[in-house]
Design a protein around this ligand. Sequence first.
Ligand code: ZN
Ligand code: ZN
Length: 364
Amino acid sequence: MTTAQIANQKPITVTVGYGTPDASTPLGPMDIPLREPGAHDVVLRIEYCGVCHSDIHQARDEWNNTVWPCVPGHEIVGRVVEIGSHVTKFAAGDRVGVGCMVDSCRHCEACRGGEEQYCEGPRGFTATYNGPFKPDGTNTFGGYSSQIVVNEDFVLRIPAGMDPKSVAPLLCSGVTTFSPLKHFKIGNGDTIGVVGIGGLGHVAIQIAKALGATVIAFTRTPEKATDAKRFGATDVVVSTDSQAMEKYAGKLDFILSTVPTSHDVNPYLALLKRDGRMTLVGALEALEPGINNGPAAFHRLSLGGSLIGSIEETQEILDFCAANDIASTVELIPIERVNEAFENVNDCKVRYRYVIDMEGSLSS
Ligand code: ZN
Ligand code: ZN
């Protein structure tokens, strides 16, 4: 940590990060301001950070809301190195995690109900990076950095014995897939589909199986079938094979789509039983092609979305994964390979989540 004078501002602490000043420049090293820790804050020295597809969308401004510079990363595992005077939940040396949020308004109906991810405050929740969607001159910087300062209420305990690099992706991919499975009470007796066997899907299969469901995995990549079965899928369907898809027509109680971009949901709606539901957690855009509401009406189907998960659910899934021996399958990379990793994620080449060795890459 060093102290620097930035134009017209009081001296602030800076830390070493990896980010980009605009949508077309590859990520590279940069100094980023580190918020002065307050009484309720925890300072983390970051050990590992997962590479989520959202990082790519945000760094390339594919959602048209990026605040520059952008330092991505919201699957953060590290050690507490400093705590504020009023911090009660953590102590220096603890291994902790930070996921997709670092704050919220704390008093809207969603926040009071423990669902900060749906915060109805003027800015919604504060994202771990690219925090203010309507910038007021401040920004938040994510886990592609050596340190981060976070309010203790948004810091997670990493259960003892968990491999820290394999646990990092659970902070986004784990809770994002767990939250709708929990909300819609998926468990014993349910047969569900998981669409997409990537960073989210390979964890979703394990979680749904551990919850008691029978899981059918859907992929465009036949080479992933063996892995999907190892993760706990009872059967694997290559989604481009219409005959294989037909086998499950009207058979599924629930479908979780983890595909990170728009895709045709109509072939999947045909697989749901009456009153079945399909929930999309990856795509945050208009769906193309559109939905044929005929089959949906004839079978009273529901189609919808779900966004990440609450802090309480994040802790719950970390503890659940520890108890059920669930982990992400990761490829560890140095930060210098993150631009290459972005390309490989877009080309579906990662098996199954890149995790950056931050401590081994950057020194502050
Ligand atoms: Zn994510
Ligand atoms: Zn709120």
